[in-house]
Design a protein around this ligand. Structure first.
Ligand code: GTP
Ligand code: MG
Length: 367
């Protein structure tokens, strides 16, 4: 129908492609989750099932857009997705990318609801909004994620103290708000410790640090090393000697050989990149400091099982609703490991593999 008299309306659609070679971050946020969480009786201040459902939805987004998104960070009812600066997804069109991510996330949230809340029917359709922000370089991207993680910390310390005062201290919500007015971080730590015997630093890392999802390498490896390098030397030497006596044929042979070598190099590069970004890890770690972003001191990168949770692991986990965050969280990750023989399938956020993070962010800024 391109030629009809109505076709001119297409001119009202304005291009919204984002410039090349910059980082794109799409942040999605639950709409009206204050009400949504109350009507589905989310545990206070943190509901691990609700957070794990958010994480699972974000993992679905990352798996669906593999190669385009390198990192995601989530807390409460929000998730931020970092797109590679080289991405050509939807020709880098802002609206298409943003709406697609929001849609993938929301449908995964609804699709997986029963696995995480088997005893709580979904009472209303949840929805999320989304926005895209363009960031020019790696430093600003890191600062963006530091900002979100600092926000997680501030909110969580406040909420943990607030709900301890209400649920354990017997204050009304108004009284708790008043009690916390003007308090600094150290005072909140003190209230928790003195009044409720809670050591804030021992609460679940998922609550304090949010969740970071990253495509990373499977295990220790040397890139472009050893055998391949020797093979290259050998073939270089071979190439230097003429093989065919006819000069024209020899020229053609060299051309074919060079083409083959270029193809091989490309294949190798692809393989190396795949190795570097082959595994989706779920982590609860500090992403403000350098440890996550810079190569680990030793080449012995963690070979622990990747922390993405198999679907089956969560089905049984949620049949008995996960308990309140405050009481249970005094158990350390190590204690939990011993009890579960290594894989804390019923409480995946306690899996020690989610806390071993040194150098896992080194592939985030690959093109
Ligand atoms: P809009 O985003 O503006 O639509 O508002 P909102 O109601 O979604 O609130 P906002 O995004 O500012 O904050 C998220 C809200 O979700 C929190 O204030 C909580 O009420 C709720 N929430 C998120 N995670 C949890 C949780 O683990 N437990 C409980 N009880 N509530 C949660
Ligand atoms: Mg919200």
């Amino acid at each position: 129908m391109a030629g009809t008299k109505f076709a001119y309306v297409r001119n009202f659609e304005l291009p919204d492609s984002v410039i090349p070679s910059v980082y794109l971050v799409v942040r999605i946020d639950g709409k009206g989750f204050h009400k949504f969480s109350a009507s589905h009786s989310f545990l206070k201040p943190n509901d691990p099932a609700a957070l794990e459902l958010m994480n699972e939805s974000a993992r679905y987004v990352m798996a669906s857009l593999k190669g385009h998104i390198s990192l995601a960070f989530g807390e409460s009812d929000e998730y931020s997705f970092l797109l590679r600066k080289s991405t050509t997804l939807y020709n880098r069109r802002n609206s298409k990318i943003t709406t697609h991510i929001v849609s993938l996330f929301t449908s995964a949230y609804v699709f997986n609801w029963n696995r995480f809340f088997p005893d709580t029917p979904l009472k209303m359709p949840p929805s999320f909004d989304g926005r895209m922000v363009v960031y020019p370089n790696e430093q600003v991207v890191r600062d963006y994620f530091s900002w979100r993680q600092a926000d997680t910390h501030i909110n969580n310390l406040y909420n943990t103290t607030f709900w301890a005062l209400v649920l354990q201290g017997g204050l009304t919500e108004q009284e708790a708000t008043k009690r916390l007015e003007g308090t600094v971080s150290a005072e909140k730590h003190e209230i928790l410790h003195e009044q409720f015997g809670i050591n804030y630093d021992r609460l679940e890392a998922m609550f304090r640090k949010g969740t970071t999802l990253v495509w990373t390498h499977a295990q220790a490896q040397t890139i472009g090393g050893g055998i391949d390098a020797e093979e290259d030397d050998a073939s270089d030497a071979e190439q230097a000697k003429p093989v065919l006596t006819n000069a024209k044929d020899e020229k053609l042979r060299i051309k074919i050989q060079a083409k083959r070598a270029a193809k091989q190099a490309k294949k190798q590069e692809k393989k190396e990149r795949k190795n570097l970004t082959g595994v989706l890890r779920t982590l609860h770690c500090d992403i403000i400091g350098d440890e996550f972003w810079t190569p680990a001191a030793s080449e012995a990168v963690s070979t622990a099982a990747p922390a993405s949770v198999p679907a089956s692991a969560l089905t049984s986990a949620t049949s008995s609703r996960w308990e309140s965050s405050i009481g249970d969280s005094e158990k350390t990750a190590t204690e939990a490991t011993v009890a579960d023989g290594g894989m804390t399938s019923s409480r995946p956020w306690k899996d020690p593999a989610r806390l071993q993070v040194a150098g896992l962010g080194t592939s985030v800024f690959l093109d």
